[in-house]
Ligand binder design. Sequence first.
Ligand SMILES: Cc1cc2nc3c(=O)[nH]c(=O)nc-3n(C[C@H](O)[C@H](O)[C@H](O)COP(=O)(O)OP(=O)(O)OC[C@H]3O[C@@H](n4cnc5c(N)ncnc54)[C@H](O)[C@@H]3O)c2cc1C
Length: 387
Amino acid sequence: MPRGAGYQGGTLAALDRAGVLKKAVALGHVSRGLCWRKPPVDDGAGGMRYGDIIARVAFPPSNPKDLAGTTSALVLPQSKLAKLFLDEVQATGLVKVHFGMELTAIDDDGDSVKATFRRTGDGTQETHEAAFLVGADGGRSTTRKLLNIQFLGHSWPERIVAIDCVFEVPRTTEREYPVSFIVHPIHFGVVLPLDPYEPGERSLCRCAVGLDPADTRSDEEVASKESLRDLLEKMLPGPRPLDVEIIRAAPHRIHQLCASTFRRGRCILAGDAAHLNNPFGGLGLNSGLLDAEAAADALALILNEGKPLDLLDAYAAERQRVFQIFTNPVSTMNKLRCARDPEHAHEDWVIRLVNADPAALKVYGKHFYSTWRTDMRALAAKLSSSA
Ligand SMILES: Cc1cc2nc3c(=O)[nH]c(=O)nc-3n(C[C@H](O)[C@H](O)[C@H](O)COP(=O)(O)OP(=O)(O)OC[C@H]3O[C@@H](n4cnc5c(N)ncnc54)[C@H](O)[C@@H]3O)c2cc1C
């Protein structure tokens, strides 16, 4: 199933701090920039060309070996980053990873947490005891449900369909803006190259495209070959019928939801278990990685440096605040900026800013480094000095 692939801002610094950024860059590629476009138009030769650019942002050239703190974006499928993390933690010899275990019960007695799992293979149960439990078990989090924590917010009326496919990038494509947000009131979307590409060559890319909210077809019908091809023809340039190979695809319901608390007792939530947002602008996995960095620091401060257990409250409040004041509104506007009439898209303030004064965008961009990321050590120091 297509999932997260783009990383930017504070996440690059967090990956660097975790010692995996250089390896992640070697496995992926660095994006040069992005643009907002009108939908494809007739090319006068029987095919379609990309629609006109409404606004563009070129990332300054950066040394791919030293991406942290730059405005560049790293593109790497989430499955490859997860494998990299797995290899790195196992290499420490300190971590044992159990696969095929499903969490079914949590017992927090105030001194430790007992978590019960069912083996998916033979159905047998086993219980593990630990000082703390981090629920990072995704949007349908069993941890969140077992802890009786509410998930508050709303779901969008439309589904989006994520399609990974191989097609020939037209020779006329501007190489500086590989990521295209397609502006359209219904079939809005994004085209993101998953591999470095050369205009004129076939390349793997991710297309996410909105469905009409009135579309009552089942997910299975939407995921049929003909339906996917029809959706891709609304997004991609090239000959008609489109010469495209579909690798994988899945329709998704999209949400803006946040857990009513990220902490209960000795258990905390992180990632999609704690918050969900629509994928425009790639903020979901990035936010989860930044939760993980803050959670790791909070737990290290408590376990190794004798800081009080209440530091978990600071983690929970701070990461919930960041979602509510940053990730949620920014991702909401990223989606709405694409889901509108392309003829009036230039009226949006970000589009105006990009077109009028690219330097001013830096002021907006700096929040992706400061506001989005939590310095748990600084927060802990501030709390102890005010205690
Ligand atoms: C089409 C699409 C594109 C996206 N693009 C981007 C992007 O470019 N950048 C970005 O930042 N984000 C993106 N996202 C969002 C991103 O995919 C998610 O935010 C991210 O996967 C969340 O990671 P997670 O580890 O919190 O949850 P998940 O990836 O859902 O992982 C949860 C894990 O918990 C396990 N689990 C669940 N229940 C249990 C249980 N009871 N017991 C044990 N284990 C359990 C699951 O098997 C899974 O391994 C995109 C999402 C979609 C749908």
